[in-house]
Design a protein around this ligand. Structure first.
Ligand SMILES: [Zn+2]
Length: 210
């Protein structure tokens, strides 16, 4: 935090924080953000890349609009004048990598049980085909082989980001981190939410029909 960001206003950051809090409460209601797990982010600037991300260590069902951190391309905290500098999760580094690589403007990371179970069952990737809900992630309901990539977990976001970059399929807006959870993304928070919901459903379906 060597310099103060001048491009962003406190109002912009709080508005993003409010939207993130609403989504986080919803996902907590689904049981996908147990304890203080998971995080959600929104791109608030492309040049330079800046993301608003839910602050670390807080109950994701009780976030306020001010419970938000701003990070740069490596997940590093960026100071914004007029905004209390909260600590971002280390995982913000992967959010920023996803945003940079895919062009997504909203990223969801949840510890959804079905994602972890599916990642354990199919460590080489989860194959899906011929099911209507695939349309919800931008793929075809028929004759389209979709693989949700599975990458090995790491506490090192640089390493995890490299694994993500190597494994991710531009046509498939989700990646499972083995023994950990799910990352999914979209063009805005609502789209990212819909993708996350559909991917989780597809993983439950895969497990139920295996
Ligand atoms: Zn996590």
């Amino acid at each position: 935090m060597s310099s103060i960001e001048i491009a962003l206003t406190p109002e912009q950051v709080r508005a993003a924080g409010g939207r993130l809090a609403v989504e986080a409460a919803r996902f907590t209601g689904y049981g996908w953000m147990r304890g203080t797990s998971g995080n959600i982010s929104e791109v608030v600037s492309r040049e330079p890349l800046r993301l608003a991300v839910t602050a670390s260590g807080l109950d994701k069902g009780e976030l306020l609009a001010t419970d938000v951190a701003v990070v740069g391309p490596r997940g590093e905290a960026v100071a914004v004048a007029g905004v209390e500098p909260l600590r971002p999760s280390a995982e913000a580094g992967l959010h920023a990598r996803v945003a940079a690589l895919t062009g997504a403007d909203a990223i969801v990371h949840v510890h959804a049980l079905n994602a972890v179970v599916a990642g354990r069952r199919w460590p080489g990737g989860v194959l899906l085909r011929d099911v209507e809900t695939l349309k919800g992630i931008g793929r075809l309901a028929h004759d389209d082989e979709v693989v949700i990539p599975v990458i090995r977990n790491s506490q090192d976001m640089e390493e995890l980001g490299d694994r993500f970059e190597a494994a991710h399929d531009p046509r498939t807006p989700a990646v499972i981190v083995a023994d950990h959870g799910l990352y999914a993304w979209g063009t805005d928070l609502k789209h990212a939410r819909h993708v996350t919901e559909c991917v989780e459903w597809l993983l439950a379906y895969a497990l139920a029909t295996a």
